[in-house]
Design a protein around this ligand. Structure first.
Ligand SMILES: C[S@@+](CC[C@H](N)C(=O)[O-])C[C@H]1O[C@@H](n2cnc3c(N)ncnc32)[C@H](O)[C@@H]1O
Length: 280
């Protein structure tokens, strides 16, 4: 084993290639050559904590762990989970418009609004969806929100379920939402807040790998959010995934991707609405 001044094992080109292929096969995340330093830094911590002598030792350990737990830890360390409340605000306006129009068209008939936040990270996206829809339907006894929020990373999902955030992260919420839907978490001096229980109850969090070939959903969704997730996938993976989303979206349903993403260069059947927003 070789070590550098920081006491971390070297990640050789061959070892990096092994991790690259494993991560790609398991998550669709396509790590380019420029990510080698990042991978070394992120996995280096795990190596030191677990007392592994080299990256190859750690790699073998991941493969031999039949529980899959170490693979989950590896993918947790690799994935990028940056997010915030009401990120790309325009999408929440489009969602509100779709809900209002549909409610008007249904004229008081019952409706279960089904929405999927695919790649929900630590929960800011699904809670933003829940707040937007709840605010519109709170006076209706006939309309209910069924919101599914999934991610590959167990670490972010635990945070999402708890719904505890630093109060200073609420700055991007619409006016009045912070006070109405968040409670102080901890003692009087705490800088943490928690999403109110009646909003947390609206979201079903689950671990789900978007690379699964079949999606096990009985009902089609009215809207699918898959924002800032596919940027890490290569083109064939993106095309296969958006085709699967298409099957699980109801006719005219809303499909939203990140604002730095586009379906332009991909084969797809969606109707373009505006940047990063499509309909079936
Ligand atoms: C940058 S975050 C985006 C969070 C949120 N959608 C947003 O736009 O703010 C990307 C998320 O995608 C998840 N992810 C990456 N690959 C995945 C896969 N194959 N299946 C499910 N989730 C995945 C990551 O764990 C991470 O939490």
């Amino acid at each position: 084993m070789t070590t550098d001044l920081l006491g971390s094992a070297e990640l050789t080109q061959r070892e990096y290639e092994l991790f690259r292929q494993l991560v790609y096969a398991q998550s669709g995340i396509n790590l380019g050559p420029e990510k080698q330093h990042l991978v070394r830094a992120r996995l280096g911590k795990r190596l030191r904590k677990g007392g592994f002598k080299s990256f190859k030792d750690y790699y073998d350990f991941v493969l031999n762990d039949k529980s899959g737990q170490e693979l989950a830890t590896l993918l947790d360390a690799i994935s990028t989970n940056t997010t915030h409340f009401f990120r790309e605000q325009r999408h929440f306006q489009l969602l509100a418009k779709m809900v209002e129009e549909r409610m008007a068209a249904l004229g008081g008939k019952p409706w279960d609004i089904r929405i999927w936040s695919a790649g929900c990270s630590s929960g800011e996206e699904p809670y933003s969806i829940a707040l937007t829809v709840h605010d519109l339907i709170k006076n209706s006894s006939k309309v209910r929100l069924k919101l599914l929020a999934t991610d590959l990373s167990t670490k972010v999902l635990s945070k999402a379920k708890l719904g505890v955030y630093e109060a200073m992260r609420l700055g991007t919420l619409p006016p009045g939402f912070g006070k109405a839907y968040f409670r102080r978490y901890g003692d009087r001096r705490s800088a943490l807040v928690q999403v109110a229980p009646h909003i947390r109850e609206l979201v079903s969090f689950a671990r789900f790998n978007l690379m699964q070939e079949r999606f096990p959903f009985k009902h089609q969704f009215d809207a699918i959010f898959c924002r800032n997730v596919m940027i890490y996938f290569d083109r064939p993976t993106q095309e296969a995934l958006i085709a699967r989303f298409y099957q699980h979206l109801r006719p005219d349903g809303l499909f939203l991707i990140g604002h730095s993403e586009s379906l332009n260069s991909l084969k797809h059947q969606y109707r373009y609405v505006e940047p990063a927003s499509y309909r079936k």
